[in-house]
Structure formats: C-alpha cells, structure tokens
Ligand binder design. Structure first.
Ligand code: BTN
Length: 228
C-alpha cells in the first residue's frame, strides 16, 4: 500500500479528504504529530509525537458507520499482538482496563470516499489531567515500542477486517459483539441532549446499540456510552 508519511499536519483526516480523489483505495496518511487532531463530536484529540495518528482512504460502496468497527477490531488485534488485552467501547473507542487507548473517527462523502481515522496512544505520554481516563501502550508495557512495527501490524489487521466487512459483515459484527465489553452492563448513553440510562443488551447488525430502558427496548444509533 501507499503510505504518505508526514512530520506534522493539522489532521491526517483532513489531509486524507483533500487527496482522496487522486489516490487509490487503501492509501494511508500518517503523521508524527498533529496540530489540530480531531475527535468525535467536534472534540480535539491531543496528538503529540510518539503516538500513531493515521487515516486510511477507503472507497467502499457507501459511507458506513460500521467502518469504525473495522478500525476498532484491528486495534484490538494489534494490541493483542503486543500482549495487551483490550475491548471495544461502543461505538468506536478501544479501552484497556477501564481507560481509553484508542479512538476512531470515520468521515466520508457519499459515493466518493470514506476516511478511517485512527488514533492510538503508543509511546506518547498521557497528560496528567487525562490519566484517569486514558492510557498508552508504553505505560502498560513499561518500555518504548517500535512505532513502525505497531503501524505495520495495524495495517495488516485493517486489511483483514476490511475484507471481512466487505464480504461477510455478519462475521465482523459477531466479532464486535464478542469484543464489546459493555454488553449486559448498566450504562448511561448520551445521545444529543438526552441522557439515557439502561442496560446495554446487544450490538445489532447495522452497528446500533440495543438497550433495555426499564423494560422498554430502544435502539441507539450514535452516542457516548459510560458504565454506570
Ligand atoms: C475520538 O475518540 O473521538 C476519535 C479520535 C480520532 C483521532 C484520530 S488521530 C488520526 C485521525 N486524524 C484526526 O484528526 N483524528 C483521527
């Protein structure tokens, strides 16, 4: 695959969008640091040197929110390769022992391209104010990791899960269910202005979260989940 390596960029997702038309599917944009890294819901994403900040340009038949799971499963497998057991926090975070290690941001233009942006805390130190909720691989393992091999493992797993997504989305979703650690647990979901309290029951085939809210079933398509 073609990998565009940058020292510094505002956001690899923005860069990827700008070149999406000119490059083949699978092109990867990776930067040592981002000066305007972005997260979901307009949040910013701290991206100092040492982390893995990358975006993959994909051209699937349509922009599909389940692409985030392709990223999340690839991250989970990559972490497993380095001896770290991780789970998916619906819809698109990867957590290790109660702390976030990776975030995924999918953006796209219908009929044109999808950008799968992945931020993975590898060797970057976590600022004190985020310590309670975030972790990086170096903290878990205790020594510096070769960023390049972390990236290569990730690209390999992305390739595998993207194929599964295209050919057998049911298998992708089965794996997502297996790795989603909030299922069966009491959670709070923030969807828009609403705070929904209930039990997370299942991740449905379209990627939405099925919740039990005091005996009523409800499907949530997008939101922020926390364990109660
Ligand atoms: C989130 O957890 O809210 C998603 C974070 C996504 C961060 C990655 S880093 C590479 C790519 N470029 C960005 O600006 N964001 C994504």
């Amino acid at each position: 695959v073609k990998v565009i390596q940058l020292d510094e960029v505002g956001s690899t997702n923005e860069y990827a969008k700008a070149i999406a038309h000119e490059v083949p599917e699978g092109t990867v944009v990776v930067a040592k640091r981002q000066t305007a890294g972005r997260g979901r819901k307009g949040r910013s994403w701290a991206s100092p040197e040492g982390g893995l900040w990358m975006s993959v340009i994909l051209k699937p038949p349509r922009v599909d929110p389940r692409l985030a799971f392709v990223g999340a499963l690839a991250v989970v497998d990559t972490l497993a390769d380095f001896g770290i057991s991780a789970g998916i926090k619906w819809p698109n975070d990867v957590w290790v022992g109660g702390r976030k290690i990776s975030g995924i941001l999918v953006e796209g233009k219908a009929g044109e391209y999808s950008i799968l942006g992945i931020g993975l805390n590898v060797n970057n130190p976590i600022p004190n104010e985020l310590r309670k909720n975030a972790i990086s691989m170096i903290e878990f393992i205790g020594s510096k990791l070769p960023l390049e091999s972390v990236m290569n493992r990730l690209l390999m797993h992305l390739d595998g899960w993207y194929r599964v997504f295209l050919e057998r989305p049911d298998l992708l979703m089965a794996k997502v269910r297996e790795k989603t650690f909030i299922l069966g647990k009491p959670v709070i979901v923030i969807e828009g202005d609403e705070r929904i309290s209930g039990i997370a029951l299942d991740v449905l085939d379209d990627g939405s979260l099925l919740m039990d809210i005091g005996g009523q079933l409800r499907r949530i398509t997008y939101g922020d989940v926390s364990l109660r």
